[in-house]
Design a protein. Structure first.
Length: 258
């Protein structure tokens, strides 16, 4: 099975946990398990290192071996329609943000649309969600996470880690437990259909919500204020001229937190 070495299979927070030393990506590992009919609800895969870690739209995600959390969860949404798929993204970002706040003991994290998690205007975590869609609903989803915990040097200037921000080494297994707990909580909110509860917390955490900030589209700078995130993930923004405009994911970037 792929170029990976499994060294532990156990359970955590009532989830089966597969721990790997190295893998191309944890999402890809889950994909192979699904192809073999070996997937199960809530299965967690972690790895000390992944050689082909990716973010949204094919961007790369690099991580020093053994210093951060690289994980994926297999999730079977019950009756989640295609038009509500973005709630998986919202809840995944909320779970990471809440787990960070819990382990630090203070509300220090924010969410940058669509689902990056930031501390002090620097990226701390990235999320990649891949779903298998059939008809009008999702059959299953891979929820992939890369969270910088104990790494202190980065290839991009706007990255950080919990250790860099707090000065304390983070226990990876402890953070994993917090994250799984928060994922279980927020995914249940989805299954219960309480989308207003998700939106309220997402907007509370969202950078730029109802605030004028500077953005960039292509090479043009402009000021905008986030009014709403549509159910399909598009961002509705008010511009300085009073007009409103929809933007797709990655169509614009936040200048203060690129």
């Amino acid at each position: 099975m792929e170029s990976s070495r499994e060294f532990s299979s156990q359970s955590i927070n009532e989830h089966r946990l597969i721990e790997l030393r190295d893998v191309t990506s944890t999402n890809k590992f889950l994909e192979i398990l699904m192809d073999k009919g070996a997937g199960e609800q809530g299965l967690i895969v972690t790895s000390e290192y992944q050689s082909e870690g990716r973010g949204m739209n094919g961007t790369s995600w690099t991580s020093e071996k053994g210093k951060n959390l690289l994980m994926s969860m297999l999730h079977f949404p019950e009756g989640l329609s295609v038009q509500n798929q973005f709630y998986l993204s919202k809840c995944s970002a909320l779970a990471v943000s809440k787990a960070i706040d819990r382990i630090v003991g203070a509300e220090i994290s924010k969410i940058k649309w669509p689902n990056d998690v930031y501390i002090n205007s620097k990226k701390t975590a990235g999320i990649l969600i891949q779903s298998s869609i059939k008809g009008e609903s999702a059959q299953y989803s891979f929820l992939g996470f890369g969270v910088n915990l104990n790494q202190n040097t980065f290839s991009i200037k706007n990255a950080t880690s919990l250790m860099s921000e707090t000065g304390q080494k983070i226990k990876i297994k402890e953070f994993l437990s917090y994250l799984i707990d928060e994922l279980d909580r927020w995914l249940k909110v989805i299954s219960d259909g309480h989308f207003d509860q998700i939106n309220a917390m997402y907007y509370k955490k969202l950078i730029g919500y109802r605030q004028w900030l500077t953005y960039k589209k292509d090479e043009e700078l402009f000021k905008g204020k986030v009014l709403k995130i549509e159910d399909d993930g598009h961002l509705l923004m008010e511009l300085e001229n009073g007009k409103q405009q929809l933007f797709a994911v990655k169509e614009i970037s936040l200048v203060q937190a690129e």
